[in-house]
Write a protein that binds this ligand. Structure first.
Ligand SMILES: [Zn+2]
Length: 91
């Protein structure tokens, strides 16, 4: 099977649940780099300013809530930087 995030060929027994990034199975690398940090980002308390940024980012690039939160939690990026990071990724 293929990792639903990066497309790498993986064996199902070594795959991981990719939620909340994607509804599918992903490789260990994507699990470590995206899925686990996204789950941690989901626990973050979101203030109104951050909510507005998440909405703006979602409108700009069409990702789901968890992906937008993950991108905006990384180094406290602004929408533009988060957008640049997300561009070209298969979320
Ligand atoms: Zn992957």
């Amino acid at each position: 099977m293929k990792c639903c995030i990066c497309g790498e060929q993986i064996e199902e027994v070594f795959s991981n649940n990719a939620l909340p990034i994607k509804d599918g199975r992903c490789c260990n690398t994507c699990n470590d780099v995206y899925v686990i940090p996204a789950r941690i980002a989901e626990l973050e308390i979101i203030n109104d300013e951050k909510k507005a940024m998440i909405k703006e980012l979602k409108n700009k690039i069409g990702v789901n809530d968890a992906v937008a939160k993950l991108a905006l939690s990384k180094n406290n990026w602004d929408v533009e930087t988060a957008y640049e990071w997300l561009k070209g990724k298969a979320f």
